[in-house]
Ligand binder design. Sequence first.
Ligand code: FES
Length: 144
Amino acid sequence: MYSEKVMDHFSNPRNVGEIENPSGVGTVGNAKCGDIMRMYLDVDENQVIQDVKFKTFGCGAAIATSSMATEMVKGRTIQQALEVTNKAVMEALDGLPPVKVHCSLLAEQAIHAALWDYAQKNNIKIEGLEPPVNDIEEIVEDED
Ligand code: FES
C-alpha cells in the first residue's frame, strides 16, 4: 500500500525536532483526524532556509510527507520552498494512497505558515504566499 520511500521516511524521519529562536514557526491541524503539524525554519539574511525541523502529532503519511518536505526545502530560497507543493512531495515519495493525500497538505501548509510568520516578523512580503490556514480542511475541498 505504501511505497518504499514512504516507509523509509516514516520509519526514519529526517529533521524531527525544534529550532530554538526560529526565524519562523507555523502550526496547522486537520480538524477531521485531529492531527497537528508544527514547522520551524531558520532563514538567513539571503532568504535561504538554513535549517528546518518539524514536530507532529500525526499519522504515518503526515510524518513521511513532512520528512520529505523538510529535505526538499532545506538549503533552498524562500521562493524555491514555495514551489514545494504537496504534489511535488508526493511525487518524490513515489505516491500516496488516495485516502492519504490530504495528509500531505499538513507539511505544505505548515511550511507556508512558518514562512508567513517569518515575513511578519521581518516586515516583508513574500510574493505568492497566501495567509496561512489553521485547519487544512479549509482548503482540502480545492484539492479533491
Ligand atoms: Fe490525519 Fe493523516 S490521518 S493527517
